[in-house]
Design a protein around this ligand. Sequence first.
Ligand code: SF4
Length: 208
Amino acid sequence: MQKTLSKNNLIRPTALKNLQIQENGDPFKILIGTILSARTRDEITTRVIKSLFSEFKNPYELSKANLKDLKKVIQKIGFYNVKAARIKQVSEILIKKYNGKVPSNLSDLIALPGVGRKTANCVLVYGFNKPAIPVDIHVHRISNRIGIVNTKQPEETELILQKSVDRKYWIRINETFVTYGQNICLPINPKCNVCQLTKICKYYKKNT
Ligand code: SF4
């Protein structure tokens, strides 16, 4: 089979990478953007985040936002009702507990409501340029398909990747795997015919 990509199949940065570039890696915007991005398509997340931050620029403004207005701004996001309340609550905590700043360590981040390991690690990578491995569905799926891990839960994948990948590469894992997962190693019908990893991929060997 021919190993080429269609000219129309342009590879775009992920929503978080876009956000990092547009907002100069502002940790607050990375945190809120990551909370909003869960279970929502990248194109929608990018658009909604832009509208949200044009109205509410920092934790002070977001904490004072009227919940009804907030829901309206983010209504295209999955679970927008819950997320509107959550981002307002997170903003309030940042002001009360951290003087309006986002904490830059995993334990304080995962103590915030609605912030799990994936979101916290995204903030460390995209907001603070710290080595961390955010394991989302793409990182989890591709790591398992290739055979780097053999895990059921993303948390297990994160721990094994931490042990098996040199720390200097951690910061690039999420963006690399998410881009690959959105364009080549798709959840259903991965494009193995254009993939350069066939020689090392367990999934490929098993299925061809
Ligand atoms: S060979 Fe197929 S399954 Fe394996 S990483 Fe490439 S696209 Fe994914």
